[in-house]
Write a protein that binds this ligand. Structure first.
Ligand SMILES: Cc1cc2nc3c(=O)[nH]c(=O)nc-3n(C[C@H](O)[C@H](O)[C@H](O)COP(=O)(O)OP(=O)(O)OC[C@H]3O[C@@H](n4cnc5c(N)ncnc54)[C@H](O)[C@@H]3O)c2cc1C
Length: 371
């Protein structure tokens, strides 16, 4: 199959590549959900913006993910609390809850607030769910115990799903209508010192936001020790009534994740860990090993026989700090990324925060994330 995601039902008119020299207050590198959130915020702040992407709008993970809008960081709240301290972990969780509200508005009709499930794969994980439940309740965060046809675990009532590609295209259309100049097929080869150079042009600007999740260190090698590339893979089926899943499921500590779309199609991802070292790569192509594991789980674990219509992969950045990257990597270069597989909400929060920092405004969200 063609490495094409199940998302994005409406067409997309390709944008031009950047040719020649242009100027803007801020240049945003990377037109996924995070970069487009930065663009939107910069426009709202009255700044002129040029956005560039090596591929197309949401051609990376932002348009090729599981479509789960989850509050919190990549690590579960009780684990984040141990690592980051109670006060910071709770504040971060609350910032993502507020970010979720913003995302539901920004994403438009494809977003559905249906809640999400964390389902335990075994008794040890059930105990871990119980621990998460106790800590979240003590911290006043929204969670319920869950028992249902999907299994046993936790229900997060405020979480949501969306079509990630549709959301980004919507953000891009709005940004273009508001005066942003966005360019596709414009790979950045050099940046810093108030200039972004692409293969065929350049942007002179006061500051730069780099919003790249996977391959961040290719662009900013100084971040190589902080963020590593990993491949995540998914498949999708034809519409099926073999299962009925009103809520998306996060299973086996989040290694597997799936949601059923309104028309009955099932989008399933996971098994990154079972793919071994081969998955620590920036090659965004599906591999036979992980796809076989996904198919086996689809057939044996979920009991779904519907034909598989899509198989795809994308690259994301992982850190081992429990936090994403949020830093001024070079003078005037505000870098965000490394969401460790959960960047739909956090990336948008940081995109907006980076926009503020890039124009010299304070951002409490930035300060909370910046390590
Ligand atoms: C299969 C899969 C499932 C996932 N599921 C979920 C989920 O359900 N929920 C969730 O919250 N997160 C999920 N994630 C993670 C999430 O998709 C990402 O963290 C998030 O989309 C990152 O968005 P972004 O805009 O920061 O970065 P990206 O989507 O990586 O966008 C960065 C853009 O920068 C561009 N770029 C890179 N280098 C250059 C360069 N040199 N010059 C110009 N442009 C460049 C790329 O072309 C790309 O379009 C999943 C990821 C994958 C791969």
């Amino acid at each position: 199959m063609d490495n094409v995601p199940v998302w994005g039902s409406r067409g997309w008119e390709p944008l031009p590549a950047l040719r020649g020299d242009v100027e803007a207050d801020v240049c945003v590198v990377g037109l996924g959900g995070s970069g487009l959130s930065a663009v939107r915020e910069l426009l709202a702040l009255g700044r002129s913006v040029v956005g560039v992407d090596a591929g197309g709008v949401a051609g990376g993970a932002a348009g090729r993910n599981g479509g789960l809008l989850l509050a919190g960081l990549a690590h579960f709240h009780h684990d984040a609390r141990v690592r980051l301290g109670a006060e910071r972990a709770v504040a971060l969780y609350r910032v993502t809850m507020a970010g979720m509200e913003a995302e539901l508005v920004a994403a438009g009709a494809s977003a559905r607030r249906v809640g999400s499930l964390r389902i335990a794969a075994d008794a040890a994980e059930e105990a871990d769910c119980e621990e998460q439940y106790a800590v979240m309740r003590a911290d006043g965060l929204p969670v319920e115990r869950y028992e249902g046809s999907e299994g046993t675990g936790l229900l997060f009532p405020d979480d949501a799903v969306f079509d990630p590609l549709e959301r980004c295209r919507r953000l891009a259309r709005q940004a273009l209508a508001s005066g942003a100049r966005l360019f596709e097929r414009s790979q950045v080869v050099e940046l810093g010192g108030g200039r972004v150079r692409t293969v065929a042009g350049s942007v002179a600007c006061d500051s730069i936001v780099v919003a790249v999740d996977g391959r961040l260190a290719k662009l900013l090698p100084e971040l190589a020790g902080e963020v590593k590339d990993v491949r995540l893979q998914m498949l999708a089926t034809a519409p099926t009534s073999e299962v009925s899943l009103p809520m998306p499921v996060y299973r086996r500590y989040g290694y597997e994740y799936f949601q059923q779309l309104p028309d009955g199609r099932l989008a399933l991802g996971g098994f990154r860990d079972r793919g071994g070292d081969a998955e620590w790569t920036d090659v965004a192509e599906p591999s036979a090993r992980v796809q076989d594991l996904l198919e086996e789980y689809l057939r044996e674990g979920l009991g779904v026989r519907a034909p598989i219509t899509h198989r795809w992969a994308a690259t994301v950045g992982y850190t081992d700090t429990y936090l994403p990257v949020a830093r001024e990597a070079r003078a005037g270069v505000w870098a965000i990324g490394g969401y460790s597989g959960t960047g739909n909400v956090v990336g948008a929060v940081l995109g907006r925060a980076a926009a503020h920092r890039a124009v010299g405004l304070p951002s409490a969200e930035w300060d909370l994330f910046a390590s």
